[in-house]
Design a binder for this molecule. Structure first.
Ligand code: FPP
Length: 245
């Protein structure tokens, strides 16, 4: 928070409680530099590290990022392995920093699909961070939103079967309790860098009233100024939630 110009800008902004980000463009970032894709993901992970710090400094309470989709398993074995290893490395290397920054970690997605070592590392990182509360970093891994909704329906079916809930009692709120994001508020702002303008099976239910901000810049190039621009745009938006005001 050492740039006075940026500090001044943030003072006048409406700060969203929950920001979600689709971290897109790592592969193209690497290609432009004639580097292997895995180095693009590495640069993307470093960017995530910075963005967590900026968001915490701006008092954003929740940050949810799309790190690996259900569909990403179809990428080359080499790329999948490098992403899985990057996850292991990241949480070992930055454990102290994440603690010092007060970052509580949560992971959403079909975590049982992860290789044993990656699963062990994320579970431990999550467990060890539960007392921290400056910012909650929610990382989607092996995540697909349609899959999440089907999983929620199955859990709801079980609740029906065991009598915990009748069909008449089902509401939007208690259906949300069956999602991975049960105890998180819905995102206020979704940022998608990388130039594509789509949601890509990310938080379909939770994004119902989220403001969306697309930016034509690759994720590793995303800057603090870009974050400020996104927050400025969010501040200007009029959120009516379907109301005619
Ligand atoms: C999409 O860009 C990005 C991914 C599939 C991976 C995102 C992962 C990270 C930023 C690293 C996360 C690390 C940790 C520790 C959570 P793409 O590869 O599809 O880019 P392209 O569209 O340019 O090919």
């Amino acid at each position: 928070m050492n740039n006075p110009e940026q500090n001044k800008k943030i003072e006048n902004l409406k700060i969203p409680a929950h920001v979600a980000i689709i971290m897109d463009g790592n592969g193209r970032w690497a290609k432009k530099r004639l580097l292997p894709r895995k180095l693009g993901h590495r640069a993307g992970a470093e960017k995530l590290r910075q963005v967590v710090r900026w968001c915490a400094d701006y008092n954003i309470k929740y940050l949810t990022v799309y790190a690996f989709s259900t569909e990403n398993w179809q990428r080359s074995q080499d790329e999948v392995n490098s992403l899985m290893n990057l996850i292991i490395e990241f949480f070992s290397k930055y454990e102290d920093e994440l603690r010092a920054e007060g970052v509580q970690l949560r992971f959403i997605g079909e975590l049982s699909d992860l290789p044993a070592k990656s699963l062990e590392v994320v579970k431990r990182a999550e467990h060890d961070s539960q007392e921290r509360n400056r910012i909650i970093l929610n990382i989607a891994l092996s995540y697909g939103s349609r899959q999440e909704i089907v999983r929620a329906c199955k859990l709801y079916g079980k609740a029906l079967q065991n009598g915990a809930l009748t069909s008449d009692q089902l509401t939007i709120d208690n259906f949300s309790d069956f999602l991975y994001t049960a105890d998180l508020p819905d995102p206020d702002l979704l940022i998608r860098p990388g130039g594509e303008q789509r949601i890509s099976n990310f938080l379909l239910w939770q994004l119902s009233y989220t403001e969306i901000y697309f930016i034509d810049k690759l994720w590793p190039d995303f800057s603090k100024e870009d974050l400020l621009q996104a927050l400025a745009e969010y501040s200007r938006r009029d959120r009516r939630y379907g109301d005619a005001r």
